[in-house]
Design a protein around this ligand. Structure first.
Ligand code: MN
Ligand code: MN
Length: 394
């Protein structure tokens, strides 16, 4: 603190009640006014007529793109996992993502997550999951491409490849601080527990247990004939088939999204796959209740993100890239390639909500828009009168 500031602070602190009275009477003298709070305020200093932001005054917009498939994997005997958490990808505070690959015969050992629920989309291959909930109820499900699973936070689960082809999937977690490399694994726990404690707990000799975390363990192939499932009724099931649901079809593309309505075990997340045709745009909008996360499967996307306060950023996405669009931030997605654009999309809320800019423009009084943009009201007659969701340019 410099000398002048310190003196200023000490001076006003020392004024006390008498000083406040003195200030009030000064204000009154400057602006006599007639009743009403704020009538006695001094005139505002002259300000800029129009808000104009110098680039140097605007905080930098955070990077919202990360190459998940380009990141360093954690590799063990049966496969690998790559992750995008808030550690590697600082903007992604609400959602973390993982690409996991299991060889034939491999299993991701039994584990749980202390701080996040797990949502999954199977890309290729077949696998079986085992999950146990706090009531002791278990479920065994078999999965193929296009299937989803959801494991609520803390529920114990394991994943094993079925058949002689590898299986890989995209995972999305409702907490950006979650790390796949810090899960609560069964072998890790057992290997850190004193042998006498294990023997007392299980009633078996302690030397039956392995040493250290196995994570993704290689093993003999589990045949489709041996991989018997034991599913729960749909209302309780941890499995959902995206391919079995009706898509939201629009002229420029489609969305299959499983919210908690379709997939009741997932109140904390919604997720699915969006397809955008060449040249089409997913219209400008925002989500009042959720962060949004993408993993790109096919094609080339241009995503524009608006972050308030003079901040905006545009980035291009290719297969293997991840996008993170924070809650409330405006965004739009264009297919700028020659082929269909396809990506996995998740939200950290089981209820889907959006507000579309097209609808705002159509619903707002024309005089309000005319005033806001400083153009004649007739300008807005040319605007679309309803949201196309994914629109084909005319
Ligand atoms: Mn898990
Ligand atoms: Mn969105």
């Amino acid at each position: 603190m410099n000398e002048i500031n310190r003196r200023g602070l000490l001076g006003s602190a020392a004024l006390g009640a008498g000083g406040l009275m003195a200030l009030a009477s000064t204000a009154q003298a400057a602006s006599p006014g007639e009743g009403g709070i704020a009538r006695n305020a001094e005139a505002l200093p002259p300000g800029d007529k129009v808000v104009h932001r110098e680039a140097s005054e605007v905080d930098e917009m955070p990077n919202f793109k990360y190459s998940l498939d380009g990141s360093t994997p954690k590799i063990t005997s049966g496969g690998w996992a790559k992750e995008a958490t808030a550690h590697q990808f600082p903007i992604s505070k609400g959602i973390a993502g993982v690409h996991m690959f299991l060889d034939p015969g491999a299993s991701r050992e039994l584990h749980w997550h202390a701080i996040a629920a797990e949502w999954a989309y199977v890309l290729e291959g077949q696998c079986q999951t085992f999950v146990i909930d706090p009531s002791g109820q278990r479920e065994i499900n078999n999965f193929g491409p296009g299937d989803l699973w959801y494991f609520p936070k803390g529920h114990g689960h394991a994943i094993q490849t079925i058949g002689d082809k590898p299986c890989h999937f995209i995972l999305s977690f409702d907490n950006g601080a979650f790390s796949e490399h810090g899960t609560f694994s069964l072998t890790d726990w057992v290997s850190l527990t004193p042998k006498e404690m294990l023997a007392a707990n299980f009633g078996v000799p302690a030397d039956v247990f392995p040493k250290g975390e196995t994570y993704i363990m290689a093993g003999p192939v589990l045949s489709a004939a041996d991989a018997k499932d034991a599913p729960l009724p749909p209302a309780q099931s941890h499995k959902f088939s995206l391919d079995g649901m009706k898509a939201h079809e629009t002229e420029g593309g489609s969305l299959r999204l499983a919210t908690a309505q379709e997939f009741p075990i997932s109140p904390g997340m919604s997720g699915g796959v969006m397809t955008i045709k060449a040249g089409a745009i997913r219209e400008m909008h925002w989500h009042p209740n959720a962060n949004e996360w993408h993993y790109y499967l096919r094609g080339t996307a241009q995503v524009g993100l608006f972050g308030s306060g003079g901040r905006g950023k545009v980035a291009e996405f290719k297969p293997g890239d991840v996008a993170y669009l924070p809650i409330g931030y405006g965004h739009a997605i264009r297919n700028v390639g020659k082929d269909d654009l396809e990506f996995v999309v998740t939200f950290d809320n089981g209820v889907y909500q959006e507000i579309s800019l097209t609808e705002i423009m159509a619903a707002s009084p024309r005089y309000l828009l005319s005033n806001n943009f400083g153009v004649p009201a007739s300008t807005f007659a040319r605007f679309s009168d309803k949201s196309g969701f994914i629109r084909m340019p005319t």
